[in-house]
Design a protein around this ligand. Structure first.
Ligand code: NAI
Ligand code: XMP
Ligand code: K
Length: 504
C-alpha cells in the first residue's frame, strides 16, 4: 500500500458499504476523502484498457451519436490517445467512409478543402469559405486528381470573375503527401516558406487535406499530444456502433472492411436476446474484433453479456444529459452506483467498463474511473467542440452547436427509421431530447487540460494510475461519503456577488 501513515484510522465509508444501502447515487452525490501523496501529478499514468484487447493512453471515448462522432471527432480522439465511436444513424457506406477518413489520416485534423472543376468559375468570395485557396480537380470533387489551385488573393485581383478557373489556375504547386505527419508537413511549409500545402494521396493524386500555416500555429498552441491510439494496422484506432437487427450484420461487414478496430452494440438496455445473439455472431464471424456490449447498469445484466463474450461493457441508463429514459420508462440507475456495481462484477472476468453518460466536468471523470470504470464515454462534454458534426450558430451573443439524443424523435426519424425498418406501424416514443451546447473550441486543446485535472484528482487520492485507483477501491483504502444537498452547495461556488469561471 502507498501510505505514509502507520496506522489506518477508520474514517468515511468503503465503496462496498456505501453502495449497498438501497440508494441510487450519481457522481454529484458522492465525494472521495483525500489520501496520501507521494508522487508528482505528472507521474500519474492514465493509460487504460478500452476493451480486453485495446489499450488507450487516455481514458476518453466519444459517444456514437450523430451530433458527436463522425470522422473529425474520431480522428481527434485517436490523436489524443482516446477513441471515437462513429455513430450508425446513417447508411453503412457513410459510416464506413467516416471510419476510413479518420483512419487514413496522419495529421490530427480534417480540413475539408473546397474543390471545384476547371470549367467552374468563382462568382463570390464566399466560395473560399475560411480557406486561403480552393483546389481545382479533374472532376470537381476531392476524389479526383488535383490539377492546381486558385488563391483567394489572385482571384481578388481578377477583373473578369466570369472566366473559368482553368484560365488562371496556378499549376506550379508544391505538394505534400497524405502520408506526411504533422511535423513533416509543417517542416515543408517552413522550409519552402509556403502559406499552404495540399496533401494528396500518393497513389491517385486525389486531394486529402489543405494544410496551412494557421493550422501549424493552432496545433502548436495546444498542449503537446501524447501517444496516439494506433491499431495493429498502424493507422488511427477507430470504433463503430451497430444495432442488433439482422441487417446490421451486413453493416458490420462494411465496417470491418473499412478497418474498424472495435464494434459497440448500441442499445439502451443491452441485456436482450438480440444483443446476446449479436455478440456471439460477432465473436464467431470476426474472432479478432473486440465487441462492446451494453448498455447495462446491474450485475445481472453485465454477467449475461460477459458470458456471451463481450470484451467491454458500456454502463449507463438514463444518466445522459439528453436522456429521458428514467422519466419515460422508470428504469435506470444513478450513474455512480451503476458504474461501481457493474465494475465489481466485470473486474472478476477482466472485462473493462466504459462509464457512459453524465460526465459534465473533470471531477466526474475522476469519480467514474475511481469507482471502477476504465474509460468514460462522453456526449455533451464533446458536442460543443470544433470536431463535433454540425455548424455553430449564434444565440444571444454566444456560439452554440446542436446536440441531440439518439432516442429523440428527430434523430429517430432521421436514420433510425432503418432501425425500426419493417416496423412502420410502431408508435415512436422519444427517450431523448434535442438541444444545444456552448462552443468549447477544439478537443485537441480542452481534453489535455481535462486530463491534467484528472491527474490532480488521482494525486489527491494517492493513485498513480487507473489500475492503482481500482486497487484502492477494492482494498477499501478508498473512502468516500455521500454529500448532503448543503454539502453539494458548499462544494460549488457560493456566496459571491460576481465571479468568472475560467478553467484553464
Ligand atoms: N444509455 C441510455 O440511457 C440510453 C440510450 N439511448 C440511445 O438511443 C438509441 C436507441 O436505443 P434503443 O431504443 O435502446 O435501441 P435498440 O435498437 O436496442 O432498441 C430498439 C427496439 O428494437 C428492439 N430490437 C432490437 N434488436 C432487435 C431485433 N434483432 N429484433 C427485434 N427487435 C429488436 C428492442 O427491443 C427495442 O424495442 C441508442 O443510440 C441508444 O444508445 C436511448 C435511451 C437510453
Ligand atoms: O435516454 C437516452 N436517450 C437518448 O436519446 C440518448 N442518446 C444518447 N444517449 C446516451 O447518453 C450518452 C451521452 O450522455 P452525456 O451527454 O451526458 O455525455 C450516450 O453515450 C448514450 O448512452 C441517450 N440516452
Ligand atoms: K438524464
Amino acid at each position: 500500500m502507498r501510505n505514509g501513515v502507520v496506522v489506518e484510522i477508520e474514517d468515511g465509508f468503503s465503496a462496498n458499504r456505501l453502495f449497498n444501502q438501497g440508494y441510487s447515487y450519481t457522481y454529484d452525490d458522492v465525494i472521495f476523502l483525500p489520501h496520501y501523496i507521494d508522487f508528482p501529478t505528472d507521474s500519474v499514468d492514465l493509460t487504460t484498457q478500452f476493451t480486453r484487447n485495446l489499450k488507450l493512453s487516455i481514458p476518453c471515448v466519444s459517444s456514437p451519436m450523430d451530433t458527436v462522432t463522425e470522422s473529425s471527432m474520431a480522428l481527434a480522439m485517436a490523436a489524443l490517445g482516446g477513441i471515437g465511436i462513429v455513430h450508425n444513424n446513417n447508411t453503412s457506406s457513410d459510416q464506413a467512409l467516416a471510419i476510413r477518413s479518420a483512419k487514413s489520416r496522419k495529421i490530427p485534423f480534417i480540413s475539408d478543402p473546397i474543390c471545384i472543376s476547371p470549367n467552374d468559375s468563382i462568382d463570390s468570395v464566399e466560395e473560399f469559405g475560411s480557406k486561403p485557396c480552393v483546389f481545382v480537380t479533374e472532376s470537381g470533387n476531392s476524389k479526383s486528381k488535383l490539377l492546381g489551385v486558385v488563391l483567394k488573393s489572385d482571384w481578388e485581383k481578377l477583373s473578369d470573375k466570369d472566366v473559368a478557373v482553368r484560365d488562371y489556375i496556378s499549376k506550379e504547386v508544391i505538394l505534400g503527401s497524405s502520408n506526411n505527419s504533422f511535423e513533416q508537413a509543417a517542416s515543408i511549409l517552413q522550409a519552402q516558406k509556403l502559406e499552404y500545402l495540399p496533401l494528396v494521396n500518393e497513389v491517385d493524386g486525389s486531394v486529402v487535406d489543405l494544410f496551412t500555416t494557421s493550422d501549424v500555429e493552432r496545433i502548436l498552441g495546444f498542449p503537446k499530444l501524447g501517444n496516439p491510439s494506433l491499431g495493429t494496422d498502424g493507422e488511427f484506432m477507430v470504433g463503430a456502433a451497430i444495432g442488433t437487427r439482422e441487417q446490421e450484420k451486413e453493416r458490420l461487414e462494411h465496417l470491418v472492411k473499412a478497418g474498424t478496430n472495435v464494434v459497440v452494440l448500441d442499445s439502451s438496455q443491452g441485456n436482450s436476446i438480440y444483443q446476446i445473439e449479436m455478440i456471439k455472431y460477432v465473436k464467431k464471424t470476426y474472432p479478432n474484433l473486440d465487441v462492446v456490449g451494453g448498455n447495462v447498469v446491474t450485475a445481472y445484466q453485465a454477467q449475461n453479456l460477459i458470458q456471451a463474450g463481450a470484451d467491454g461493457l458500456r454502463v449507463g441508463m438514463g444518466s445522459g444529459s439528453i436522456c429521458t429514459t428514467q422519466e419515460v420508462c422508470a428504469v435506470g440507475r444513478g450513474q455512480a452506483t451503476a458504474v461501481y456495481k457493474v465494475s465489481s462484477i466485470a473486474a472478476q472476468s477482466g472485462v473493462p467498463v466504459i462509464a457512459d453518460g453524465g460526465i459534465a466536468n473533470s471531477g466526474h471523470i475522476v469519480k467514474a474511473l475511481v469507482l471502477g470504470a476504465s474509460t468514460v464515454m462522453m456526449g455533451s462534454f464533446l458536442a460543443g467542440s470544433n470536431e463535433a458534426p454540425g455548424v455553430y450558430e449564434s444565440q444571444g451573443g454566444r456560439l452554440i452547436k446542436k446536440y441531440r439524443g439518439m432516442g429523440s424523435l428527430e434523430a429517430m426519424t432521421k436514420g433510425s427509421d432503418a432501425r425500426y425498418l419493417g416496423d412502420t406501424s410502431k408508435l415512436k416514443v422519444a427517450q431523448g431530447v434535442v438541444g444545444a451546447v456552448a462552443d468549447k473550441g477544439s478537443v485537441l486543446k480542452f481534453i489535455p487540460y481535462t486530463m491534467q485535472a484528472v491527474k490532480q484528482g488521482f494525486q489527491d487520492l494517492g493513485a498513480p494510475s487507473v489500475e492503482s485507483a481500482h486497487s484502492l477501491l477494492n482494498s477499501s483504502v478508498l473512502r468516500l461519503e455521500v454529500r448532503t444537498g448543503a454539502a453539494q452547495v458548499e462544494g460549488g461556488i457560493h456566496d459571491l456577488v460576481y465571479y468568472e469561471k475560467k478553467s484553464f
